[in-house]
Design a protein around this ligand. Structure first.
Ligand SMILES: C[S@@+](CC[C@H](N)C(=O)[O-])C[C@H]1O[C@@H](n2cnc3c(N)ncnc32)[C@H](O)[C@@H]1O
Length: 320
């Protein structure tokens, strides 16, 4: 089978199945369609991802409810879709991931200076601005508004240290190869397009998080986490507890050696280095053997020590 066809088939079988019926149908359709595979072959490898293709067609022609509609929309808008795929990338910003960071952040004495690498639009830089529900426990910032502030529901195992308070963050900065801006309508539209079609609660959370972020937009600087972290750390105010964190980012760094040298910088230049990534990202952070490792959970670690398994979209946390 064609290698690209296999990639789309795998996406349908492993990623979309059980999560997005529509993307599962579209991925199977692409995997069997020579015309669509030929279009993808004109793209560089890293631009051939299913997520990027589906988002680009949706961005240009709107969501297509059938495989035939999708194929038509792509063929009729081939140049615009190609341009979108070449100029944009998958930068899904999932603010609900703050719900799995909070049990760690709430244990750290402030004032806190927070750096996020791979921040996209910086929505995860605002954990103190959102509301949370962990079972019986609800936490809300003082200016919480039912209509416009996200309230993230997170299932936490009984041994998870449920936060008692929101963290005291006095300074925050993001770093990203391509920062998105919550004040830019095209960037907002792209962020919305990256949410999978059936994920209505995530879309609602994203819109509310963007609304919250617009009140005081987080600063996300353009730069590479492999080369520009030291400069950003130098900007952090003294007399604060410096936290460097990242979620769903290091899979973009292909070489294990690069991940390790980033980890060394992040750990040595911060008071706490928080990583929330796929379990196999770091060879040296050894998760305990558990079935959760096989169910696509992220591993949350603090300064190299595994702390919890987390749902990739922040829906649950299982403390280790
Ligand atoms: C999937 S998004 C995750 C965004 C955010 N951390 C979250 O969890 O919602 C990954 C982000 O990492 C950024 N990124 C990838 N490689 C990077 C690098 N070498 N340096 C800085 N940012 C990078 C991408 O541009 C993208 O915005």
């Amino acid at each position: 089978m064609h290698i690209l066809a296999q990639r789309y088939q795998r996406f349908a079988d492993i990623e979309a199945q059980g999560s997005s019926p529509l993307y599962e149908i579209l991925a199977r359709h692409v995997a069997q369609n020579h015309k669509l595979l030929a279009f993808l072959e004109t793209m560089p490898d890293e631009k051939q991802q299913p997520n990027l293709l589906f988002a680009a067609v949706r961005h240009i022609a709107g969501l297509q409810a059938t495989a035939a509609g999708f194929e038509r929309a792509l063929i009729e808008n081939e140049d615009a879709v190609r341009t979108t795929m070449l100029t944009r990338s998958t930068q899904t910003n999932e603010p609900a991931r703050c719900a799995v960071l909070l049990p760690i952040l709430a244990q750290i004495d402030g004032p806190i200076a927070l750096i996020e690498v791979g921040a996209s639009a910086g929505l995860c830089l605002l954990p103190d601005k959102y509301g949370y529900i962990y079972g019986e426990k609800t936490l809300k910032p003082p200016d919480f508004d039912d209509q416009t502030t996200p309230l993230f529901h997170c299932h936490a195992t009984a041994n998870t240290p449920i936060p008692e308070k929101l963290p005291n963050i006095v300074w925050r900065r993001g770093l990203d190869l391509n920062p998105l801006d919550v004040r830019n309508e095209e960037d907002i539209r792209w962020l919305e397009t990256l949410i999978w079609p059936e994920h209505e609660q995530r879309m609602c959370n994203l819109k509310m998080a963007i609304h919250t972020a617009k009140q005081e937009p987080p600063i996300v600087q353009k730069g590479n986490l492999l080369t520009d972290l030291n400069d950003l750390v130098d900007q952090a105010p003294k007399n604060t507890t410096l936290i460097i964190f990242h979620t769903a980012v290091l899979s973009y760094i292909a070489e294990q050696g690069d991940r390790e040298s980033f980890a060394e910088t992040a750990q040595s230049r911060s008071d706490f280095w928080i990583s929330n990534e796929a379990a196999q990202i770091f060879d040296r952070i050894r998760p305990p053997k558990t079935n959760l490792a096989k169910t696509g959970r992220f591993l949350l670690s603090v300064s190299g020590v595994p702390k919890a398994w987390t749902h990739p979209h922040g829906k649950s946390i299982s403390w280790i």
